[in-house]
Design a protein around this ligand. Structure first.
Ligand code: FBP
Length: 333
């Protein structure tokens, strides 16, 4: 139809060649993740009207208070994915142990990790938040999957991406064949293609980090941010600071406008705050496919061999030359 961009489903089907072992379960999986995104987007937009603000009173495995929308979204994604027959095991930020598909549902070829609501502290103030997902091919043979299906390095991801709940609801993903962005048309209930093969734009001088933590930062990060703030027009300094407090939203801005995001480790928590498997690895896959980079200061995030479902890592993400620069500050240590 003239002028109407392809829907996510049409786009995925048209790019079957991207998934050598396609038997339809991958496109079904992506469509169910998109459906969860549409439902969470509606719930977040109506948050104050549907009792989706505030907290459940529970504390999760991360030691964080569980927001009502966190819990609702987690249960929704577990139910929807569990029913597809495409998934053998799941891993969620909100659940300590691996999650099996429901009794009677067949266990499929994929293991899925997700952060149901990233930036949940933004929900009650109507600020952006997101859902992050990572899809791995199972390594165990048959039946219900296990932890080892989830503990795979990011370089082996079959797909990864996020749904951003901002002024628009965006679906952004990669299967290792470029990064593609879709915008939700709530009147149609469809994600339509906005940008195919997204690449980081020309360099800009923007950095995104919570400097409130600088008091416990390690030397390399203090020196790096000090360097960004010096006045030197030739190197476009000082850089501008932007921080929304939701990784998905800060990353999406950097992907479209360039820059670098950082959540360093510190003297109290050397491994930092953000979780490797369902926050850092999926966005690292997207960043690299868009021409960017992601490290823990020294190592490529996608090459880190996971040891725990909820392990954390220091995180530097964005424009390749900016991430390399941070690496130079860290390699001096
Ligand atoms: P949640 O997934 O629990 O929301 O946590 C992650 C997060 O909110 C990121 O989205 C964000 O980048 C970071 O934590 C903000 O942390 P801080 O409030 O310490 O700056």
């Amino acid at each position: 139809m003239a002028g109407l961009q392809p829907t996510l489903n049409q786009f995925i089907r048209a790019r079957q060649q991207d998934y050598p072992d396609a038997i339809g379960d991958f496109s079904q999986l992506m469509n169910v993740i998109a459906l969860a995104g549409k439902l969470i987007s509606r719930e977040k937009n109506l948050a104050g009207l549907v009792d989706a603000t505030g907290y459940t009173g529970r504390t999760n495995i991360q030691g964080e208070q569980v927001a009502k929308l966190d819990e609702w979204s987690n249960d929704l994604i577990v139910d929807l994915l569990g029913e597809t027959g495409c998934v053998c095991v799941m891993g969620s930020e909100e659940v300590e142990e691996p999650i099996s598909p429901p009794e009677g549902a067949s266990a499929g070829r994929y293991a899925v990790l997700f952060d149901p609501v990233d930036g949940s502290s933004n929900i009650d103030v109507a600020a952006p938040a997101g859902t992050i997902f990572s899809v791995q091919r199972r390594v165990t043979k048959t039946g219900v999957g296990h932890l080892e299906d989830l503990l795979q390095p990011g370089r082996d991801q079959a797909a990864a991406g996020y749904i951003l709940y901002g002024s628009s609801t965006m679906f952004v993903y990669t299967t290792g064949n470029g990064v593609h962005a879709f915008t939700l048309d709530p009147t149609m209930g469809e994600f339509h293609l906005t940008t195919e093969d997204l690449k980081f734009p020309e360099k800009s001088n923007v950095y995104s980090t919570n400097e409130g933590n600088a008091g416990t930062w390690l030397e390399p990060d203090l020196k790096w941010v000090e360097w960004l703030k010096q006045n030197d027009p030739e190197t476009h300094r000082p850089y501008s600071a932007r921080y929304i407090g939701a990784l998905v939203a800060d990353f999406h801005r950097i992907l479209l406008k360039d820059g670098i995001f950082a959540y360093p480790g510190n003297t109290t928590r050397r491994e930092g705050k953000l979780r490797l498997l369902y926050e850092c690895s999926p966005l690292a896959f997207v960043a690299e496919q868009a021409g960017g980079q992601a490290t823990d200061g020294l190592r490529r995030i996608l090459d880190i061999e996971p040891t725990g479902l909820h392990q954390r890592t220091p995180y530097y993400l964005g424009n390749a030359s900016e991430v390399e620069r941070v690496g130079r500050f860290h390699s001096d240590r």
